[in-house]
Structure formats: C-alpha cells, structure tokens
Design a protein around this ligand. Structure first.
Ligand code: SF4
Length: 225
C-alpha cells in the first residue's frame, strides 16, 4: 500500500460530478503517457496525501458535499482503491471514477460491489491511433472495460480529448461508429485540447480546424469546453 497515494485534493467542484457537489482526489501516477497531457506533475510526481488525511478531509465535509471524484493520473493504479472506496462509502459519499479503462478487473470489482456510482471513461483514440496518442498498447483492456460497462448498463459517460491535428473528425466518427456497434447509447463528450507549452509529448498548437458540422449525428455528441 502506498503511504501517500493522492497528489492533491480540490476541495470543491460543482462541475466534475454531474448534478453533485463534490471534491476531487487527484491520484499520483499514470499508466499512459498521452502526448497532450499537461498533468506532468501528477503523472510523474509522488503522492503527498495519505488515505487517512483524505478521509479526515471528507469528515469535515459531511453534509456539505455529496460526492468524491477519484481522478488523476489514473486512480485504478492504486492497489488499495477498492478498500479505500469502501471507507468512502461508509461515510455515505457518492463516488465518481475518472479512468482510462486500463484496469478492467478492478473496475469490475468496484461496479459489482456498488463501490462506484458513476464513471467517466476516456476513449482516447481509435485502435489504430491508440498507441500514437497514449504510448500504451493495451487497447484491448480499455475495450474490455467499455464492453463491461455497456453490458452492465452502468451509469457512465464516454469522453475524448480532441487535438485537431492528432484526431481528425473522421477518426471521431469512427469512434462514434464503434460505440454504436458495441451498444453504447449515452452521450459522447468531446473536450477540446487547450494549448499549453509543457505537455508530455510537447505537442504544438492546433493548425487544422475541427469541422464540427462533419460530425456524425448517430450519437448525441456534446462539446465540453
Ligand atoms: S491525460 Fe493520459 S497521461 Fe495524462 S493523466 Fe490522463 S490518462 Fe494519464
């Protein structure tokens, strides 16, 4: 067990957990290296906050907040996440998990034991571009998580960060086709890349426009600025 798995805590958010006032626990470390990622401190840094400190923070927010967002980094890298979620649940907070989906087994345990209430799953790129964007080769693990959540009819959303030189509208349409084929009928969220100098892959500012009018209408697509 990591003594300090959490890099930072955002005490309050009204935006990151749909319809709930929440806090965000940012877990240190990630198993991807997305080229557009600007959270280098979290991805490469060490955690600074222990479980006990995070739970004590929650005690101070009982009656004020409804939920906890487990984000990162990648929270499912924390080997004791299941036990940690049990402790959060004992305090009657709802839990949202932000994940890249690379740990389908842990997600299965969390879902089947009702230890999470909502999941935001990143669909980083179509299979053939997955490595180029994430530097990870385990699309099949992500795919397993996606199929599991659909099959369970679990409340979750799928989202993609769009850097318009890295992912073209045709590729987003391929993701939409794939989601439909698998039986996903929820909203598909697109998040525009916001330029910053210091990304993992040192990506440049976007040169190509992203033509929203060419997006498929087969699924409800929402831009989340
Ligand atoms: S953007 Fe990619 S590298 Fe950065 S935290 Fe998320 S999954 Fe990890």
């Amino acid at each position: 067990m990591l003594l300090r798995p959490i890099y930072d805590i955002t005490p309050f958010t009204a935006l990151d957990y749909p319809d709930h006032l929440a806090t965000i626990f940012w877990f240190a470390k990630c198993n991807m290296r997305c080229v557009y990622c600007y959270n280098k401190d979290i991805v490469f840094g060490e955690g600074k906050i222990s479980e006990e400190e995070a739970l004590a923070f929650l005690d101070s927010r009982v009656g004020l907040l409804e939920g906890v967002v487990l984000s990162g980094g990648e929270a499912t890298l924390y080997g004791d996440l299941v036990e940690f979620c049990k402790k959060i649940k004992q305090k009657e907070f709802k839990i949202k998990l932000d994940t890249n989906g690379l740990n389908p087994e842990m997600i299965r345990v969390l879902v089947e034991n009702r230890l999470v209430d909502y999941i935001a799953l990143d669909y980083k790129a179509p299979k053939e571009k997955y490595y180029e964007i994430t530097k990870d080769k385990h699309f099949d693990s992500f795919s397993k998580t996606l199929n599991f959540l659909i099959q369970k009819q679990f409340p979750f959303e799928v989202r993609t960060t769009v850097h318009s030189d890295l992912l073209r509208v045709e590729e987003i349409n391929r993701i939409i086709k794939d989601l439909l084929k698998r039986g996903y009928s929820g909203t598909y969220y697109l998040q525009p890349f916001v330029f910053t100098e210091n990304t993992i892959g040192k990506v440049k500012e976007e040169k190509n426009p992203f033509d929203v009018s060419q997006l498929s209408h087969e699924l409800k697509v929402v831009w989340r600025a």
